[in-house]
Design a protein around this ligand. Structure first.
Ligand SMILES: [Zn+2]
Ligand SMILES: [Zn+2]
Length: 134
């Protein structure tokens, strides 16, 4: 595949992390950046192209927060299957979410705004499958 070169500036710490990961994987910098960018763009398209989406949302908070249950309870239009666990003080939730991609994006952003929490969004299908169907 033809490659296009362009310059990118990142923080020193991010560049050091990139070199560390590239070394661990035995890949060059460009290959790691290409992998990361491909994943980011694939995930981002789930937010911008309207479709019926299925995704995992992993959520970890410093402590049990009542606000999490309030956010989840406010999205009755999504089909949410929930695994809830605690490790020490940490509250961990794995949510299998199905429904409108725009509603899932809104749900995700509400969870991501909660203080002391970290959220990961993992779509479980290729967006290109959706684009081909429509
Ligand atoms: Zn999707
Ligand atoms: Zn909890």
């Amino acid at each position: 595949m033809a490659k296009k070169r362009f310059g990118v500036s990142v923080s020193r710490s991010l560049a050091e992390s990139l070199d560390m990961v590239a070394g661990m994987l035995g890949l060059d910098r460009s290959s790691v950046v290409e992998l990361a960018l491909r994943g980011l763009l694939e995930d981002y398209t789930h937010h911008v192209i309207p479709h019926d989406c299925i995704a995992l949302i992993a959520h970890i908070c410093d402590r049990d927060l009542v606000e999490v249950a309030t956010v989840i309870g406010g999205y009755g239009e999504l089909r949410i299957t929930q695994l809830h666990s605690h490790t020490g003080e940490k509250c961990i939730q794995i949510l299998l979410v199905a429904g409108s991609s725009s509603v899932i994006a809104d749900f995700y952003s509400k969870l991501a705004k909660l203080k002391g929490c970290r959220v990961k969004y993992m779509p479980l299908h290729e967006i290109s499958e959706v684009a081909r169907r429509s």
